[in-house]
Design a binder for this molecule. Structure first.
Ligand SMILES: [Cu+2]
Length: 429
């Protein structure tokens, strides 16, 4: 079990308030853990206590440590304002848990009894709803309906037993539009009691989220319904999303949950995969269906699996092309075919910063070094071994390599294609 870090951040006992259940089973709130590696993916070590499981790898995130207390697994989540680097060059003022948005991934095993301490350090009340988990009604976390709201400064306790394994998430059910638009959410994985069941070698997880942050600003606009400008995985956008590294021959699972306001067709190149699970449970083998794109509806989760048998650098992205771009003006006129000839010179005399763009398409944007407002990412960016990748938003790369070590997630660099296997220019017979 990982140890708790940043022990001095919270004198937990001082936060015990009227909302804390009055039971003698616990003397103090467990210390609140914080991530050690900033926005980089933290690969959790295998558990050293409790039932065995193969930990998941949270893209640009981490798993929360826990402690044993009289047969209960205790976690401590702190709802609070956080600074999240969306990608190098841009940081957002979000709300999250334990120093990050999304909060830490909760990992448990079927049959575990969980006690979740939730401390509210936000300026307004909150709750946590445990999406997909089967539990007593009063532990479901719907403010007003199943519990009083957790006021600022108070700590509440949730207790429930993990009745089944699967792929779940957590998020507030209090001022939900605002709190989720600000980044409050986390992944929740329950491993099977038998570690041989649903076994894979690499198990990646992330939440799909979206923000509307005006260029040059830091805080999401919370009333936006559809017109978001940052389409993110775990509150990161390309090129800030870590690559998914797999060893050739490994069985790989990717689990995704969608907490945005629209669906996301997530597409993997180079492979077909099976949809093996939803937040409702595992899909029976005979009912699993093949895909290369899995549509993830709003408020839903999907797990997909494949065997990483083909080495390479395989694009992995949302197939909505606007979701693989960073902030831009969506009211940009189509300039393709418009002849600017002779116009630019006259315009520059009126508007010194005027630039002609878009008359041949917008690919030039991928390599253009345009001056940007502070704290703003280029709309299309990233460079690969062959030049600009011209992406943003929900884009990453599955890197499958022969001969890397079991459990090694270090970026192996770009794929070295065998001679004669790369598309080439035709230069005559
Ligand atoms: Cu999308």
């Amino acid at each position: 079990m990982p140890t708790f870090s940043r022990r001095n951040l919270l004198a937990g006992a001082a936060l015990l308030g009227a909302g804390l259940a009055n039971r003698g089973a616990f003397a103090a709130v467990p210390e609140a853990p914080y991530p050690a590696r900033g926005p980089a993916t933290e690969v959790p070590p295998p558990p050293t206590g409790g039932r065995a499981y193969n930990p998941v790898v949270t893209l640009n995130g981490w798993s929360a440590p826990w402690r044993w207390k009289n047969g209960w697994k205790e976690f401590h989540l702190v709802a609070e304002p956080v600074l999240r680097e969306i990608a190098p060059g841009m940081t957002a003022h979000l709300w999250g848990y334990n120093g990050q948005s999304p909060g830490p991934t909760i990992e448990a095993v079927e049959g575990d009894k969980l006690r979740m301490f939730v401390t509210n350090k936000l300026p307004e009340h909150t709750t946590i709803h445990w999406h997909g988990i089967l539990l007593p009604s009063g532990m479901d976390g719907v403010g007003g309906l199943t519990q009083p709201q957790i006021p600022p400064g108070k700590t509440y306790v949730y207790e429930f037993e993990m009745k089944k394994s699967g792929t779940f998430m957590y998020h507030p059910h209090a001022d939900e539009m605002v709190q989720m638009a600000m980044g409050m959410m986390g992944f929740f994985v329950v491993h099977p009691r038998d570690p041989g069941q649903h076994r894979v070698d690499r198990d990646f997880v992330f939440l799909i989220n979206a923000y509307d942050i005006d260029p040059g600003s830091y805080t999401p606009k919370i009333a936006t319904m559809l017109d978001f400008n940052l389409w993110s995985w775990n509150s990161r956008v390309f090129p800030g999303i870590d690559h998914l590294v797999a060893r050739q021959g490994d069985r790989v699972r990717i689990r995704m949950g969608n907490l945005t306001m629209t669906n996301h067709p997530i597409h993997l190149h180079g492979y077909d995969f099976r949809v093996t699970g939803t937040d409702g449970g595992w899909v029976a083998p005979g009912a699993q269906w093949p895909e290369v794109t899995v549509d993830i509806p709003v408020g839903s989760m999907r797990a997909v699996e494949f065997t990483a048998d083909t080495p390479g650098d395989w694009a992995f992205h949302c197939h909505k092309s606007h979701h693989t771009m960073n902030a831009m003006g969506h009211k940009v006129p189509t300039m393709i075919g418009v002849d600017h000839h002779g116009l630019a010179g006259r315009l520059v005399s009126l508007v010194p910063d005027y630039m002609v763009m878009g008359e041949r398409g917008m690919a030039d944007m991928g390599e253009m070094e345009m001056p940007l407002p502070e704290n703003t990412l280029p709309m299309m960016t990233g460079t690969g071994p062959f030049g600009p990748i011209e992406m943003g938003g929900m884009f990453s790369v599955l890197k499958v390599r022969r001969g890397i070590a079991r459990g090694d997630y270090t970026d192996p660099g770009w794929y070295q294609h065998p001679p004669g296997t790369v598309a080439y220019e035709w230069k005559g017979a």
